[in-house]
Each structure stands twice: as structure tokens, then as C-alpha cells.
Design a protein around this ligand. Structure first.
Ligand code: G1P
Length: 298
């Protein structure tokens, strides 16, 4: 029987040190791209793909994240009294039904694989999605929805993939390509953060995964990999090597922003703002002025 993907894990336990001092008191996932927190983009993408259960793997200091998803009756009442229906509608879109969202604590920062493993009891024996909210993907059809369509055909592990320059390979999980079929690529496994010159291809894993429960079993082994951490990439490769499961890369259609970096966060902010009717004209005018001023100075 064909299995449906209805659960997604959002690993959000990281300390976000690249964004200090802001992340001293604000979880990175709450930082805003235009006027929506980073994590809202991930939730919207998952919902568009048909996800019904949202599992957050959090850590100490992330309570603002839980508050964000909580109902805000006082705020709603004030807005209602003032007749601010547009703002009420915006708030409504962030509502999460009771029971739709769950939080697991990752007690120790032992790696992405370990974070996913923390949610194993809530996943049980179903295929599931993993979304890394740092990777924000702007697309006509949500990246996860594209991947779920592909999963409906393959019923196998699928990771989002994108070409990266050779010099960047060491920052990613890199696919060991078996056969390149265009949007889908079959693999012989993956290597997490290969040493310079050792990347098996230029196709990098981007933070969207659809995985089988076998990967959770592999994570039970708690093997450490790159950086001394328990890597999700290794568990997926093991599901292939030890259990003969297929692992595919999926070249998604859309633009990915690395919001784990300051430059990526800024690029995403500008790009999303330029998509907005209420901001586009002013922002373009500002960018044009900057470009002219730069040209004049040269
Ligand atoms: C994680 C994964 C890596 C993947 C990357 C995508 O790495 O471990 O395989 O390529 O996300 O953003 P991180 O960026 O957490 O070091």
C-alpha cells in the first residue's frame, strides 16, 4: 500500500551563534524575514505539502517559539475591539490547532541526526518529512510538495538537492550520484561535509528530506560522524548500504536562501520584500539610489 507523508520534524534546537548578540535572547527561528518569523515559512511550506503533524525538536531558551504558536486571545480581543480585521486575518493564518504541534527537547546538542532521533516515538512506523527552517525556499509550488509528489512514485528516501560550487562542498552533505535522471538522481549514498577535494559530486543536500522509518532505526545506533556529531546524512546512507533502501536526490524548482548565514538572511529579506505589493516600489527606489550612488562614486 502506498504510504502518505503527514508528519514533519523541524529541528530547531541550535543556538544560532552566528546571529549573536540577537540570539542571546531571541531564538533564531523567530527572527523575521520581512514580518514573518523564519519558522512560519517552514510551517506554511509543510502545510501546503499536506503535513498534518508538526514536531519541533527544541532546546533550552526556545520558549518564545512555543509562545509564537500559542493562541493570543488578549491580542485578538484588542484587535477585534478596534475593528482591525486585516490584522486579525494575518494572526489567524499563524494559528495551530491543539494537538497539531508537538515539542520534544533535545537535551544535548549531539547533531542533526540525534535531533531527528529525539522525535522517533512520535513518528513510529511511517515515512516522515524533515524541514530545516534555516533553508528557506521560495517556489511556486512548495519544495516539500514537489518532493512528496516524487515520493508518491518512489516510496523511498528523498533529499532535496542543489548544485553548489566545489569550494562550498565541505559545508554540506554531498550526494554520491549513481544515475542522474534530471529532476531525480539515484545515489550510492551521501558524504557529510567532505574534506576539500573529496566531494563525490557537486550536488548538495538542502534541508528538506522525506525519510523512511528505517532511518530512525539507523539513528538508534548513535554512530558519530563529521564534527563528532550524529549525522542524519550517515543514517540515510546506512539505510541504503545495510538495508538496501533507495536514496534519491531531488532537484527542486525554486530559489533557496541559506538563512543560517547573515548574507543569506539579508538576501531572503530583500527578495521576499520585493515580492510584496506594499513594499516593492519603495524598496526598488532605495536599491536604485544605492546603485546610482555607488556608480557615481566609482
Ligand atoms: C545540515 C546537514 C547537511 C545539509 C545542510 C543543508 O548541515 O547536515 O547535510 O547539506 O544542513 O543546509 P548544517 O548546515 O546544519 O551544518
Amino acid at each position: 500500500m502506498r504510504k502518505k507523508v503527514t508528519k514533519a520534524i523541524f529541528p530547531v534546537a541550535g543556538m544560532g551563534t552566528r546571529f549573536l548578540p540577537a540570539t542571546k535572547s531571541v531564538p533564531k527561528e523567530i527572527m523575521t524575514l520581512v514580518d514573518r518569523p523564519l519558522v512560519q515559512y517552514a510551517i506554511d511550506e509543510a502545510r501546503e505539502a499536506g503535513i498534518k503533524e508538526f514536531i519541533f525538536v527544541t532546546s533550552r531558551g526556545k520558549s518564545a517559539l512555543e509562545d509564537y504558536f500559542d493562541a493570543a486571545p488578549q491580542l485578538e480581543q484588542t484587535l477585534r475591539k478596534k475593528g482591525k480585521t486585516e490584522l486579525l486575518d494575518i494572526l489567524k493564518k499563524t494559528d495551530m490547532d491543539s494537538g497539531e504541534i508537538a515539542y520534544m527537547r533535545q537535551a544535548k546538542p549531539l547533531g542533526l541526526g540525534h535531533a531527528v532521533w529525539c522525535a522517533r516515538r512520535l513518528i513510529a512506523n511511517e515515512p516522515f518529512a524533515v524541514i530545516l527552517p534555516d533553508d528557506v525556499i521560495s517556489a511556486d509550488k512548495s519544495c516539500l510538495a514537489q518532493m512528496i509528489e516524487a515520493f508518491e512514485e518512489t516510496q523511498s528516501n528523498i533529499v532535496a538537492a542543489m548544485e553548489v560550487p566545489e569550494s562550498m562542498a565541505e559545508a554540506y552533505g554531498i550526494l554520491d550520484v549513481k544515475e542522474d535522471m534530471g529532476s531525480i538522481v539515484s545515489t550510492k549514498g551521501m558524504v557529510e561535509k567532505p574534506a576539500p577535494g573529496e566531494a563525490p559530486s557537486n550536488l548538495a543536500v538542502i534541508g528538506r528530506y522525506i525519510l523512511t522509518p528505517t532511518v530512525l532505526q539507523k539513528l538508534n545506533q548513535k554512530k558519530t560522524g563529521a564534527g563528532g556529531e550524529i549525522q542524519l546524512t550517515d543514517a540515510i546512507s546506512d539505510a541504503r548500504e545495510e538495508d538496501g533502501e533507495e536514496v534519491y536526490g531531488y532537484r527542486f524548482k525554486g530559489q533557496r536562501f541559506d538563512c543560517g548565514s547573515k548574507a543569506g538572511f539579508l538576501q531572503a529579506t530583500v527578495s521576499f520584500a520585493l515580492q510584496r505589493d506594499d513594499l516593492r516600489d519603495d524598496l526598488w527606489a532605495f536599491i536604485n539610489d544605492l546603485v546610482h550612488a555607488k556608480e557615481a562614486a566609482q
